[in-house]
Each structure stands twice: as structure tokens, then as C-alpha cells.
Design a protein around this ligand. Sequence first.
Ligand SMILES: Nc1ncnc2c1ncn2[C@@H]1O[C@H](COP(=O)(O)OP(=O)(O)O)[C@@H](O)[C@H]1O
Ligand SMILES: [Mg+2]
Length: 263
Amino acid sequence: MSVHQGLSVTGVSKTFQSGGRAVQALENISLGLPAGKVGVLLGPSGCGKSTLLRMIAGLEKPSDGTITLNGRAVNRPGRDRGMVFQDYSSFPWLSVRDNVAYGLKINGDRNALNEGTVDHFIRAVGLEKFADVFPHQLSGGMRQRVAIARTLANYPELLLMDEPFGALDPETRWQMQDLLLNVVRKERSTVMVVSHDIEEALYLGDVVFFLSRHPGRLRETIFTDFKSSLPQNDREAFLQSDDYRRLELHIRRLMRDEGLDAA
Ligand SMILES: Nc1ncnc2c1ncn2[C@@H]1O[C@H](COP(=O)(O)OP(=O)(O)O)[C@@H](O)[C@H]1O
Ligand SMILES: [Mg+2]
């Protein structure tokens, strides 16, 4: 599958050398994520989701295969990609505003002087009342909003998120999912999220890539077109739709098979 505008992963494998032993984490992964879409890497623990995301980020090199973003080969980390990790990656000694401005400053962006960009993203994540506050004064969900605002303020061509809401309580997690969708729809961002949660994957994703493990392979690609006929930000309508129930059960069975394989 080749997508010129967007992310293309073609024939990617990854083998780690671990204690003199070769561990194949991923085998022959090919997938495409068109620009402006949200993709989710879903699968059981250890199937290689983080490894694939790190390779897309350029933090790790594939053993085989190629990755391109908007037609350019990915070989190293770059400003065209922004990463949000699970643990709130904000700087404790900087205020919310300075955290959001930080990425622009280290990249020497002239926009760093443009308070407009910083304020725009602080507003986008609903932290305008907290701009001068320090991270330790914020809840986990709010700190994660700082991380999202800081990453988006660099206008990455691709936003990468590794289980970004995994450490949050369920209610905050739901709020964050809606907030993320609202921001990325407005900014038309292209996003790849790692999740092991079926509801989260189907709620966030335009397309869900289900990976199996040992080694990680792309087992199924699931499109969530059914959501276009549902009201936005209406989780109940989503959860009660026949399509959601059918897909949830289907993926749950895939997960269960994976569990049996591992046992
Ligand atoms: N740096 C590494 N060295 C050796 N093995 C690794 C390394 N990183 C990941 N692995 C192995 O690759 C597999 C996939 O790991 P990971 O990508 O973290 O999975 P996931 O994020 O889906 O839980 C696991 O078997 C893991 O032990
Ligand atoms: Mg992981």
C-alpha cells in the first residue's frame, strides 16, 4: 500500500539482538495512513506497537523495509513528526505557556516570538486559565494536554502518540479522546496513536491496524466509516451502534486468539 500524501510503511521488519539472541519484533508490515486521518496501532502487549511507532518517529531503524512521510524517507527524528508519550512529558520548571513555547524555541522558529501560535494551542486544549501555572499544579489529564499543545504548536506533519491516555482515569481518558479528536479535526492533523484498548481504538481511529504478536504482523485493517453517520462527540450513540458492537466483538475475538497463542 503506497500513499504519497501521508505515511507509508512498506515491508518493514524489525529484529532486536537481545542477550546474544535474535528477537523478531515485527515482520513485513505494510500500511498506509492518508494525510488528515487518524490511524491506530492496536494489538496485545508485546506485539511491537511501540517499536513500529518509534521507527516511524525515526528513533529506531527498521531491519528491513522503508517508511516514508509525504514522499520523503524517514531515517531519523525530524521536525515533521511530533511525539507525545504516555508519561506527561512536560518540563516541571516551566509554566504551561513556556512548555508550549519550548518546542518552537529549540527549533529556532520565528513563530516563537509569535505569542499567537502558543496561545492558539493553549486555547485549543482548554488551558487558557492555566497558562502561567506550573505542571505540578495540574492534574494528569491537564499535563497531557500541555504535551499535546506543545507538540501541535510545531505543526508536525504527523503526530505520534504512544498510549497517551493510558495513565488516566476513565472519565479523564474519555474527555481527552474527545479533546484530541476536536483539535485534530480542526487542525486537519495526521495522527498515529498506539492503543491496546478496543473502544479507544475504534473511537479515535479512522483506520485501525490490528497487529498480532510473535512476531508482530499486520493481521487486519479495520476502517470505521460507520462513524460518519453518527453525531460527533456522542459516545453513547457510538457505543450503541450496531457497527461498533459488531467490530468490538470481532476485535475482542482477535485479541482472545492472541491470548491463546501466547499461553
Ligand atoms: N530495545 C529492545 N531490545 C530487545 N527487544 C526489544 C526492544 N524493544 C522491544 N523489544 C521486544 O520487541 C517486542 C515488541 O515490543 P514493543 O514494541 O514494546 O511492544 P508493544 O508496544 O506492542 O507492547 C517485545 O517482544 C519486546 O520485548
Ligand atoms: Mg508499547
